[in-house]
Design a protein around this ligand. Structure first.
Ligand SMILES: [Zn+2]
Length: 495
């Protein structure tokens, strides 16, 4: 007996030691992959003049309102006239057409008609400033103030900075006598913040009608992120290769109604509350696979030892790791379709029992799921004889297709970023918000979503919030990166 115990203890300790060795070796090998060497590029541009142009562009109140009757056509026409006067080289060289009335499509003819065209795009409409919050801004949101090398105002990040940077990059190249081999399109949208169906939607139909199939497109998306992931010191550029979809469901609890003085044990509101709790406690299954796995694999190589140990040994720590990632809102959204109950309705009067209590729940659909699979998930959790799940007819948008991160377009963007910014961790990423690329993706082999400027934690509140701003040098670095993207992407046969 004693001998058997002894053998068991020895074998157990051998197994444990072996596992420790495997975990350690895998952790030590989980280090940054060598970045391809690139030649740093110096691009001389007038940073102050570019900043002034963005400040001027911010002064046009090109606001997309949810109620279309608030649309101010004169502001959009003003912006278009301003662009015409400010960027003469672009307007002399490129063919301009307008779509959905205010979206501008420029076509820069390439020298080799045998090459597939590419598209760079951004939007010049902005979201409104929440009434009452104007005074929280350090500088008024539409004043276009430059203060201490920072440009302030609505659209400084989302997304007038990209429109201006693309105009500037094209102007820089035109002045240098550059002609692309490929035809290059620029599309500047006027209604992205309300879905883009008039602007990007019409441009997409126009391109399709002309028989244009783009090699790739580049739209707004992620930025170069500073200090957003623990331990990742270099800038992190997640070039988004897909965007999530969106499904909004109504969960409806039914009850007999009557007077509140003699209620049943659970009113429709109580039944609904239980259903919502169930939905929140049973998230849509997700995990580290496909795109999410690729992204975290690259980034985690820069993290602290303990994180690297978890990521490098998912065979052992997979469950712990997914728990950890799911507990942080940002990474949870990368791993799965998210569940967000947002609106509630019940009885119309304090003493009337509701016949129906309704919760509106918004799901942001991960590329691995479909609209139907989300509806099925919700039904299986909450549907019963007194709970219904309703999907408004025609609503629900699946996630976009996932573009290749091994295709030449991705490599062009990656190389341009490194030529301008030096050491940057580049990964494919998943966009959790929507963009006009939901339209353009239909006429592009690959659709990428990335803005080549830096944002830090401190800038995040500016997106659709207060004190939106961008540094003068940061904007100029964006221009330089677009110059390189246009040069490398526009001349695929120059090696
Ligand atoms: Zn935007």
């Amino acid at each position: 007996m004693y001998l058997i115990v002894k053998i068991f203890v020895i074998s157990l300790s051998a197994v444990v030691s072996a596992m420790v060795v495997i975990v350690l070796v895998r952790t030590l090998l989980h280090t940054p992959v060598d970045m391809p060497a690139v030649e740093p590029q110096t691009i001389n541009i007038d940073e102050a003049a570019i900043a002034e142009h963005l400040a001027e562009a911010i002064r046009f109140r090109t606001v997309s309102h949810q109620r279309s009757e608030e649309f101010q056509a004169d502001q959009f026409e003003g912006f278009i006239a301003w662009a015409d006067a400010t960027y003469p080289e672009v307007h002399q060289t490129m063919e301009l057409s307008r779509h959905g009335d205010y979206t501008l499509l420029y076509r820069w003819q390439g020298s080799d008609p045998g090459l597939q065209p590419i598209l760079l795009t951004a939007h010049y409409d902005v979201v409104p400033v929440i009434p009452g919050s104007e005074t929280d801004w350090r500088h008024p949101p539409f004043a276009g103030v430059i203060d201490e090398d920072v440009i302030w105002g609505r659209g400084a990040l989302d997304d007038k900075s990209a429109v201006i940077a693309q105009f500037e990059a094209a102007t820089h190249l035109l002045r240098a006598g550059f002609t692309p081999q490929r035809t290059i399109y620029f599309s500047f949208g006027h209604d992205e913040e309300v879905g883009g169906s008039q602007g990007a939607g019409s441009v997409t139909s126009h391109l399709a009608a002309e028989g244009v199939q783009l090699a790739w497109s580049l739209d707004e998306g992620s930025f170069l992120l500073r200090g957003m992931l623990p331990g990742v010191e270099p800038l992190l550029a997640a070039i988004n290769v897909a965007e999530k979809g969106s499904v909004t469901l109504q969960v409806v609890a039914l009850s007999a109604g009557g007077h509140s003085s003699m209620p049943p044990k659970h009113t429709a509101v109580g039944i609904l509350a239980e259903a919502i709790t169930k939905l929140e406690n049973n998230p849509v299954p997700g995990g580290l696979s496909g795109l999410s796995a690729q992204m975290f694999d690259t980034a985690s190589r820069y993290m602290s030892f303990s994180y690297r140990m978890l990521f490098a040994n998912q065979w052992l720590f997979g469950a712990i790791l997914e728990d950890q990632l799911s507990s942080v809102n940002f990474s949870n959204a990368m791993l799965r379709t998210t569940t967000a109950p947002t609106m509630l309705a019940g009885s119309v009067k304090v003493n009337v029992l509701p016949i129906e209590a309704i919760a509106t729940v918004n799901f942001r659909v991960h590329p691995r799921d479909t609209v139907a699979s989300i509806v099925e998930h919700v039904r299986s959790l909450v549907e019963s004889e007194n709970v219904e799940v309703r999907l408004a007819a025609g609503s629900g948008r699946a996630a976009s297709a996932v573009s290749s991160w091994e295709a030449p377009g991705f490599a062009v963007i990656e190389r341009a970023i490194r030529e301008v910014y030096g050491e940057v961790v580049v990964t494919p990423g998943l966009m959790i918000a929507g963009s006009d690329s939901r339209h353009y993706g239909k006429v592009a082999d690959n659709a990428y979503r990335f803005n080549p400027m830096v944002v830090s934690q401190d800038d995040i509140t500016g997106f659709h919030g207060t004190n939106e701003k961008i540094g003068v040098h940061n904007l100029a670095q964006g221009v330089r990166t677009y110059v390189r993207i246009l040069t490398l992407g526009g001349t695929p046969r120059s090696g």
